[in-house]
Design a protein. Sequence first.
Length: 275
Amino acid sequence: MRSPVSDAQPSDLLALAREAARRAGDLLRDGRPADLAVAATKSSPIDVVTEMDIAAEKLITDVISGRRPQDGFLGEEGAATEGTSGIRWVIDPLDGTVNYLYGLPTWSVSIAAEQDGETVAGVVAAPMRGETYHAVRGGGAWATGPWEGERRLTCRPTAPLDQALVSTGFNYVSEVRAHQAEVARRLIPLLRDIRRSGSAAIDLCDLAAGRLDGYYERGLNAWDVAAGDLIAREAGAVTGGRPGERPSRELTVAATPGVFEPLQRLLEDFGAWHD
């Protein structure tokens, strides 16, 4: 029998996610040691984890489980519990770790709440920008930042594909990234240009905020996109994977409505989803 805590409203889940993201962002921004070093590697020697990734995830899970002890977790740095409430938190405590390691500002904290497998609330905090993006399902996408109050996010009006600014990312496995570079080489002449920020969550929020026309990447995990995908969709963007599929490790595509289909079609033609 499901616990009564599963009846929490998405707005309540969002409020908790925003608190946890703010506290983790403060820790990462203010607690970054001058001698920050790599604590571990993942898929390759250049796919790194720092002590701050681990500390931020622990802070987030402690904050949430302190209020909602029966919820489940899926976190990039190892948090994995089933829970009994029907709510699961999908957490990337530091999206853009390499940027963070080098002192670059494009990194974020991403937290999404799933209810029975569907994302119902999400927040992406970008502390070095002073911006936080958030959404609940059906409630639009919003941001706070160096402006007054909350700002509703709306993706850009659709541009022709050759005038679209599209962001992407590259895997840390050398064979995969070589193929991704070839896909990008073929794609660049057909677009306005390509960007690479180093944070999938921020790319999706930039799409929501009208700063990009599209975004695609291969090899993403649930924690990379769960919150950003909801925020982008609530801002009017279309998201998916390969044609007819949802975002997956094979391929994630997000774009304004008119850019999505031609971009997805080109990525399929270029084999963006495989070596």
